[in-house]
Design a protein around this ligand. Sequence first.
Ligand SMILES: Nc1nc2c(c(=O)[nH]1)N[C@H]1C(S)=C(S)[C@@H](COP(=O)(O)OP(=O)(O)OC[C@H]3O[C@@H](n4cnc5c(N)ncnc54)[C@H](O)[C@@H]3O)O[C@H]1N2
Ligand code: MOO
Length: 400
Amino acid sequence: MITVEQAEKLILANAGDYGNEIISFDGSLGRVLAETIKSDRDLPPFNRVSMDGIAIKYEAFANGQRTFTIKATQAAGDTPIDIDTQNECVEIMTGAALPESLDTVVRYEDITIEDEKATVVLNELRKGQNLHLQGADRKKGDIVLTPGRLITPAVLNMLASVGEVEVRVKRKPRVVILSSGNELVEADKTPSPFQIRRSNNYMVRAVLDQLGIDAAMLHLPDEPTVIKQTLQQCLYNFDVLLLSGGISMGKFDYIPEVLNELRVEQIFHKVQQRPGKPFWFGKQAEGPVVFAFPGNPVATFMCVQRYFVPWLNKTLSVDERTSKYAVLDRDLKFEPELKYFLQVQLTSSAEGVLLAMPVEGNGSGDFANLADTDAFMELPLEKKEFKKGEVYKIWQFNIL
Ligand SMILES: Nc1nc2c(c(=O)[nH]1)N[C@H]1C(S)=C(S)[C@@H](COP(=O)(O)OP(=O)(O)OC[C@H]3O[C@@H](n4cnc5c(N)ncnc54)[C@H](O)[C@@H]3O)O[C@H]1N2
Ligand code: MOO
C-alpha cells in the first residue's frame, strides 16, 4: 500500500493539459489566465484628482494667497482647463485630469466659496496633495498579470481597465461524475427501508461548481455489463472520470476489474490513509484519467479535496497557493498505521491564530458530522499521539 505522499506524487505526475481558449473577459471569473497582460496606458493615465474641491498653484498659497477666483468648473472626463494667473483656481472633481498650470488640490471641506471666489481655510497645505499621479501604480507596457493567475473580481477589474476584452484562458477538462451501487436511489425518491438516497455525487459536483467546472452526472448499477458499456462511453467522451463506490473488497465491487478490461491502467489501488483507504487511480494511455473514490461520503470528499483539487490546479497551471496550517485545539490519539485526516471545526482566536477543534464523528459513513466541520487536518503517519497546541496542515473546505 502506498503512502499519501506517493499517491499525491503519482496523481500530480498525471496532470493533463487541455490547451487554451479565448473568451470574453466578462465571462472569465474563476478561469485561469494563460497569457501575459500588459498595461496599454500609464495607471493612472493622467494626474488624477482624488478629492472634490479646487485645484490651485501651490506657489501662490506659499506666498500667502488664500482667496482664489474660480475660473471654471472641471468635471471628470473634461479636457483640463488651465488658469491664466495664479490668483485663479479651477473647481475640480474626483477623477478629473489635473491641468498643467495647477499642482495642488484643496478639498471642499477645507474651503469656503462666496461670489465665485474660493478661500482656503487651512494654514498649511502639502504641495501636490490630493493627487494620484500619472503612472504611480504601473507604467504603460508594464506587466500587470501573468499566466496562471486565477481570474478573481479584482483581476477582472484590471482586465477591463486595460481594455483586454478577449482573454486567453486555460481550457477546462470535461468531467463526468459517476455514482455506483444498487442501494442508491435518487434524492427525490423515497428509499426502501434498506436503501439510501445518493448524495456524494452531488457533493462532488458542488465542489466542481465552486471550481468553475461543469460536470455531467451518471449512475452505475452493480451490473458489470452495464458498468462496462457506460464507462466505455465515458472514456470516449470525457477527460476525467470521477467515480465513487464499488472499489473495495465487496462481491459487487466490479469497478477496478471493469476499468482493467477497458485498458485503463491502474496506477495505484489503496492508500495508507483514513478515510479513503480503498482509493483507486488510473489512466488510459493517451486518454482520460480515472479517480475511483471510496463510496463512503467522508472518504469521497476527503479524496476530492486532497487529490483531485491539486490535480486540477496543476492541470490548469494555477499559481501555486501556500498550504494552510492550524493549531490543534485538543489532545488526540490515533493508533492505526494510517495517515489520519481528522475532521475539525475552525475558529480564529483573538490573537489571530487559526484553531482546529476535532469533531471525529462515526467514521467515513458519518456525513452528518462532515456537515458540521470545516476542514480535514492531515496528521503525520509517524505519530500516534497528538497534543493540543501542535500545528498541522489543513485542507479547508468551508470558507469561514
Ligand atoms: N473487507 C473490506 N471491506 C471494506 C474495506 C476493506 O478494506 N476491506 N474498506 C472499507 C472502506 S475503508 C471503505 S471507505 C468502503 C469503500 O467501499 P466502496 O468504495 O466499494 O464503496 P461502496 O461499498 O459502494 O459504498 C460504501 C458506502 O458508501 C455508500 N455510498 C456509496 N455511494 C454513495 C453515494 N453516491 N451517495 C451516498 N452514499 C454512497 C454506500 O451505500 C455504502 O454505505 O469499503 C469498506 N469495506
Ligand atoms: O475509506 Mo474508509 O473511508 O476508511 O471507511
